[in-house]
Design a binder for this molecule. Structure first.
Ligand SMILES: *Cc1c(COP(=O)(O)O)cnc(C)c1O
Length: 470
């Protein structure tokens, strides 16, 4: 039988894709027994942040700083110029932020929250309101520490895990304008726009939305600042989903998107493919002057900002790789692979599938566990016990307490984030992960909730300890 007469079994229009890299160095991982993992999670207070990395088989806690760097980046480490002042690596970083993100002035910081601290201190006065498209943990805490109050103005669809809206990260212009009219534009130092929106499930903002928010901000004389942590993943979603962008390069889309904002803060540990680093970029020379002055107090001189020269070189090179269309397609393609597998098996998750992670919808796993017994935290613990896969809670524990009333905040989304590090795991790791989660879903009736036994004051999810309810 020759190939013409044989019936073709596969759908030839659906071509497989592969990552645009091959592996040069490996790091061994360790499989453990269920009893061992049960003991470890109990010891860790049912908090996956308190597990030791060596006790984890597949680490999907976060995509932050967990990237595998390229040979080009590792080579750049050897070119680190460790001068206290004026390191050549800073100038390379500055040039690449200017070239790819389009801002005028750049201040390096040790990571994203270093930049969030600076921007909050510079822009916010006590009593101010900062509207944004859903809170992010570290972003909001710095806004509050500067005396501001965060106000969520994201579209309603973002709070609905089953809404298929293609741009669930969008700002609701009506909510934004209502707030401006209520509190006055003089009490809104800037609009805090994140792309993509981490807490909503890695959901993107459309170009149309950023354009319209920009127009509204201009009308009221309010700055529009961007959390650019995953703006490249956001640009990819615009390319895939928004009319008129299909033939544009991700790099072009990124530049256009940023051009609607007057500045950005960045956790380079995400999009930029490095293990540590961040920056603040601004177009306003006066605000930049303040940032450059303040960074000396909290991070280090304005040409290193808490980083080694070699770290800045890796970041400068990572930016170049991060805007490559083949890279970003494979990165998000891997997340989609995992998400689609789980969807096929009927496991409840946030749709559309996000850019950096698959978000499991904990209330649909555990309708019998009330929110104040931490259903998402419970689910993350169960997934670890099942297969040594480490994930993270994004629900009531992450939301923390209202600083005024001291009560829990009850977010509408109670999720577990299964976060995919960049260029680290293979498709087989995704298969093992999917099977573990499906097994936990199958046994969902047996799970018991948790109660807090220790709770730190700030960002409690990092260090809180819990125990199983009887
Ligand atoms: C990680 C992150 C930050 C904070 O950055 P760090 O580098 O962790 O300090 C800010 N915003 C978003 C959206 C993030 O995901």
């Amino acid at each position: 039988m020759n190939s013409q007469t044989r019936e073709r079994k596969r759908d030839a229009s659906k071509k497989s894709w592969a990552e645009p890299w091959k592996v040069k160095v490996v790091e061994p991982t360790r499989w453990t027994s269920r009893e061992y993992r049960q003991e470890r999670i109990e010891e860790a207070g049912y908090n996956t942040f308190l597990l030791k990395s060596e006790d984890v088989y597949i680490d999907l806690l976060t995509d932050s700083g967990t990237t595998a760097m390229s040979d080009y980046q590792w080579a750049g480490l050897m070119l680190g110029d460790e001068a206290y002042a004026g390191s050549r690596n800073f100038y390379h970083l500055e040039a690449n932020v200017q070239k790819y993100y389009g801002y005028k002035y750049v201040v390096p910081t040790h990571q994203g929250r270093g930049a969030e601290h600076l921007v909050s201190q510079i822009y916010i006065k006590p009593g101010d309101f900062i509207p944004g498209n859903m809170y992010f943990t570290t972003t909001r805490v710095h806004q509050e520490l500067a005396g501001g109050a965060f106000v969520d103005v994201i579209i309603d669809e973002a709070h609905d895990p089953q809404s298929e809206h293609p741009f669930k990260g969008n700002i609701d212009l009506e909510k934004l304008e209502d707030l401006i009219k209520k509190v006055g534009s003089e009490n809104i130092p800037y609009v805090s726009l994140a792309a993509t929106v981490n807490m909503a499930g890695g959901q993107p903002v459309s170009m149309k939305n950023v354009r319209e928010v920009h127009e509204m901000c201009d009308r009221y004389g309010i700055a529009l600042l961007l959390d650019a942590t995953r703006a490249i993943e956001n640009a990819y979603f615009i390319q895939q989903r928004e009319d008129g962008y299909r033939d544009k390069k991700v790099a072009e889309i990124l530049l256009e998107f940023c051009s609607h904002t007057q500045g950005s803060w960045m956790s380079a540990k995400k999009d930029s493919l490095v293990n540590i680093g961040g920056w603040l970029a601004l177009n306003d020379p006066g605000k930049f002057d303040e940032a450059r002055n303040l960074v000396v107090v909290y991070e280090g001189l304005h040409t290193y900002g808490g980083l080694a020269g070699r770290d800045m070189e890796a970041m400068a090179r990572g930016i170049e790789e991060s805007v490559d269309d083949d890279h970003i397609r494979a990165r998000i393609g891997q997340v989609e692979y995992l998400g689609n597998k789980l969807l096929d098996w009927g496991v409840p998750l946030v749709v559309p599938i996000g850019g950096h992670a698959v978000f499991l919808d904990a209330p649909r796993f555990y309708p019998h566990i009330p929110q104040d017994q931490f259903p998402a935290q419970t689910l993350a613990a169960e997934i670890y016990i099942e297969a040594g896969v480490r994930t993270m809670e994004r629900g009531i524990l992450s939301a923390g307490r209202d600083p005024k009333t001291g009560d829990h905040r009850y977010p509408k989304l109670e999720l577990v984030r299964v976060t995919i590090p960049r260029r680290v795991y293979t498709q087989a790791h995704m298969d093992v992960t999917a099977e573990a989660i499906e097994e936990v879903y199958w046994n969902r009736d047996r799970a018991k909730g948790l109660r807090l036994v220790y709770e730190p004051q700030y960002l409690r999810f990092f260090q809180a300890r819990l125990e199983r309810m009887d």
